[in-house]
Design a protein around this ligand. Structure first.
Ligand code: BG6
Length: 492
């Protein structure tokens, strides 16, 4: 039985801020993520800044943070910032790509650090060393027969844009992103196979009230506004890319969490329906169908949201629909209207415990069938080619005395998800590629930890910042190599 099409793309994914390091080298400007530390008590992520009175302050990172007026980001000497060095992909990319080639990758997802190209984010002056760095990485990948898949924004807005303009609360961001994306398309069009405009664009809305909190209407207003500016910027990017070269492929990237009603109480069924609308369909419809769905008015009314949205924006959104649908998939989430004391809360999703599922050490549900359900639900609605661009298990790995790393838990997780993907393909989903998340260990975005590892390749870097950055192959490395060599036939 052929499970995957012959042209299926196999690979892995990382993001700039979690992998590159070299945060202040070679003319790179600061990005918000550079100021994200870990609270030693709560283990939650905090942004550090100095307010206009000169006082050192901390801001909880909750997907909707805004810097107070007159404040500026600052890295404090007595704090640790995991992204500063990350896993030093900046200096190790050649060796890392050689390992990806050895595994047989045909695609590699990475992101460009906006502030490495335009240090202040505004797009007036380029940082030539930064521009050159990505040329070198793409050249290395293409020479290895690996197609680059590039995310333009992976949660790392240039810090100066946040300080000066309030980041994505400002319409000006559309112009800055236009300049940045246009530059990238023109500069790298011949070297990059696929582009994604915004990583997990739906996060800001989906996770706003998922942690038991009751955000104010102001938070909703901000989230919907940020999304509208991002949708518009994304649509511009799609149009620009196609004007430069109609064959450039640009996709959306949605955080793929399928929701389940926790009981068959009709109230739970409705809640589940509305959770899909807000969390998944709202963003996906705008980017794939080019218009706000009919239920948007209800969503806006719920929180008294009034958007700065022009007729021109709506036209641009109509003309800038994506070429393909990409998403992450880690877990499903269950919702209920009933009081439940059994909540599970991964750092990126929370919900009621599903008694049929097992959970990882970080509270993430192990639900391979969820990936099939998500793929089929999405494909049924849009019929666009699809790609899974993140999927994997964050787990603690142990290096044995002989240097080997046995990670059967990761192999089990990935194998079971690949099997379900194969069924989705058989059921008619046009799935053309797969990049597992953190193919080489990277800094965890949610927790800032190194010990939450996803990779086939182990990086000697620890939570306290110690380590040599040396790379080591885990058992899963050899397993994935075999999976790719057999085009997904040899999964066991
Ligand atoms: C996705 C993000 O939501 O989840 C990645 O796009 C992130 O950047 C991944 O790393 C896994 O989350 P975490 O918190 O385990 O790193």
């Amino acid at each position: 039985m052929t499970r995957f099409p012959k042209t299926f793309l196999w690979g892995g994914a990382i993001s700039a801020h979690q992998a590159e390091g070299a945060w202040n080298e070679d003319g790179r400007g600061p990005a918000i993520r550079d100021f994200m530390t870990v609270d030693p008590q709560t283990r939650k992520r905090l942004l550090t800044y100095v307010n206009k009175e000169g006082k050192k302050c901390f801001l909880a990172y909750d997907h909707g943070e805004t810097l107070p007026e007159g404040a500026h980001f600052e890295a404090f000497d007595d704090r640790y910032y995991p992204d500063h060095e990350a896993v030093d992909f900046y200096h190790h990319y050649k060796d890392d790509i050689a390992l990806f080639k050895e595994m047989g990758f045909s695609v590699f997802r990475m992101s460009i650090s906006w502030s490495r190209i335009f240090p202040d984010g505004e797009g007036q002056e380029t940082n030539e060393t930064g521009v050159e760095f990505y040329h070198k990485v793409f050249a290395e990948l293409n020479a290895a027969g690996i197609k680059p898949l590039v995310t333009l924004w992976h949660d790392d807005t240039p810090a100066l844009l946040e300080e000066k303009y309030g980041g994505w609360q400002s319409r000006k961001m559309i112009d800055f992103y236009d300049r940045y994306s246009t530059f990238c398309f023109k500069e790298y069009a011949n070297e990059v196979a696929f582009w994604l405009t915004f990583n997990e664009i739906n996060n800001i809305l989906m996770f706003l009230d998922m942690f038991g909190s009751q955000p104010s209407d102001v938070k909703y207003q901000e989230a919907y506004q940020e999304l509208h500016y991002k949708f518009t910027a994304s649509a511009h990017a799609v149009r620009t890319a196609h004007a430069i070269d109609p064959s450039i492929k640009v996709g959306c990237m949605i955080c793929g969490v399928p929701f389940y009603p926790s009981t068959d109480d009709p109230n739970d069924i409705l809640l589940n329906h509305y959770t899909w609308e807000k969390g998944i369909w709202y963003s996906s419809d705008v980017m794939c169908k080019g218009k706000y769905p009919s239920f948007s008015k209800r969503l806006w009314k719920e929180h008294d949201v009034h958007l700065d949205m022009t007729e021109e924006d709506l036209k641009d959104i109509r003309d800038g629909t994506v070429d393909f649908y990409s998403c992450s998939y880690y877990m499903s989430s269950s919702v209920t209207t009933h009081v439940s004391n059994d909540l599970v809360s991964g750092n990126f999703a929370a919900g009621v415990r599903n008694k049929y599922l097992e959970y990882s050490q970080w509270g993430w549900a192990f639900d391979p069938k969820g990936i099939r359900f998500f793929l089929e639900s999405i494909y049924g609605r849009y019929e666009l080619p699809m790609m899974i661009v993140e999927n994997g298990l964050g787990a603690v790995d142990k290096v044995e005395e002989d240097g080997s790393i046995h990670d059967p838990y990761r192999i089990n997780y990935l194998r079971d998800h690949l099997k379900e993907m194969a069924i989705a393909i058989e059921d008619g989903v046009d799935l053309f590629g797969y990049t597992s998340w953190g193919c080489i260990d990277v800094v965890s975005a949610g927790s800032g930890e190194m010990k939450k590892r996803y990779g086939f390749i182990y990086v000697d870097k620890n939570d306290d910042g110690s380590g040599t950055f040396s790379r080591r192959k885990k058992d899963s490395f050899y397993w994935y190599k075999k999976v790719i060599a057999t085009n997904g036939e040899a999964l066991d």
